[in-house]
Design a binder for this molecule. Structure first.
Ligand code: FES
Length: 156
């Protein structure tokens, strides 16, 4: 159940919208920030708050790559696998990530620090290959950079 404090903060997200449901992504993002991911229970609470059905909200939540409908690690690594990144070395970067983290795509490391996921074009093609680690965008990533990026990201 949404706490009174959560409701109060979410009211700020819908403020200014003529229709509450226009704030779907903002509300989901806030809840994900607080809870780590969007469980079925959280989805229902958010839908009730937005005065729409859980199915209506789930169609947005499931479509949007940065909303997690399953538990994820402390940080999610999104590796862009669209054309430019793929052509400029994404497969090698991905292989190095899998090796360093000892996971496959879609999995979370044993210590819960990272989840590794693919993502479509991040709109950063001139800096390909690129990946997001949490909220931090990394440009022109080489396999040799991966270990250091992971170490620094864990420290933040
Ligand atoms: S193809 Fe990777 S950022 Fe566009």
């Amino acid at each position: 159940m949404l706490t009174n404090e959560e409701k109060e903060l979410l009211e700020k997200e819908v403020h200014g919208y003529v229709h509450r449901e226009a704030a779907k992504i903002s509300v989901l993002n806030k809840l994900q920030e607080w809870r780590g991911w969007i469980s079925d229970e959280t989805l229902k609470e958010a839908a009730e708050f937005l005065e729409i059905t859980p199915d209506e909200l789930d169609s947005v939540a499931s479509f949007y790559n940065l909303i997690y409908r399953k538990p994820v690690g402390k940080k999610v690594i999104h590796v862009c696998d669209s054309a430019s990144c793929w052509a400029l070395g994404e497969p090698e970067v991905k292989a190095e990530l899998k090796k360093c983290l000892n996971v496959n795509m879609g999995e979370t490391t044993e210590d819960g620090a990272f989840t590794l996921l693919p993502i479509v074009c991040l709109g950063n093609c001139d800096n390909a290959p690129t990946m997001l680690v949490g909220k931090e965008l990394h440009n022109r990533v080489k396999p040799a950079d991966v270990k250091q990026i992971l170490v620094e990201s864990k420290e933040k």
